[in-house]
Design a protein around this ligand. Sequence first.
Ligand SMILES: [Zn+2]
Length: 279
Amino acid sequence: MITQRDVIDTLRTLVAFDTTSSLSNVALIDWVANRLDGLGVKAFVQRGDEPGKANLFATIGPADVPGVMLSGHSDVVPVAGETWLSDPFTLTRRGDNLHGRGSADMKAFIACFTALAPEFAALPLKSPVHLALSYNEETDMHGMRLLAAHLDRAPVKPAACVIGEPTSMQIVVANKGAAIYRCHVTGHGVHSSLRDQGVSAVELAAEVIVFLNGLQRRLNEAERHDGFEFAHTSVHAGQIRGGTAHNITARECDFVFEVRALPGVRAADIVARVRDYCR
Ligand SMILES: [Zn+2]
């Protein structure tokens, strides 16, 4: 029988691995892989294409039917510049709380499923439990991209996934995608008294941004998902820079926009509409 104490002991070990995203996470992955090995579970350790990075995927129970995947990211955000009352990599109890970098986000969930692995392994499971650990979630998500590509090629894919990312103790069943694009507009600079001979990159960028606003109005009439505070796919231009003087038609203008797509909507399809407009 696994106790809370076992989970806390596992969490203490996991927190002690400094898996800040800029560092290696391999020691943590190897430790979990060894624990699973001791249960007779062979984990697939997927080496990242950066040195010192790895994902882990393991199946407990029958491998020929889809199961539920429990997924966590192994990396944590840096402690540099932060004030801590105790060593961030030593799990420390204060009152009812356990303090340590990543103790909530999200090594506690990893500790739960790692500590429970012997119980899963002892059960006569009809469908399997899959365990997944990824890296670089806090930076570029590259680890999960690699693991997802691996799972995409697997003959049997997980049927469902529980991600133990903290969400204020609420169950969250969907996320919007987030894709960020930079649009670079090239103009032709002349003195503004000759503006008919020039092309203002600022003015063209403004036209594209007005198009984005119109696109948002059309998206508001398309799909909706009431689980989100803003129920639609959103497009938003958040930054712009261009031009050198009030009397020169701008040679260059850059702006950054993002697409937050509802589940089932592809940001690439939205951007294709922007490209078509630009053409
Ligand atoms: Zn997280």
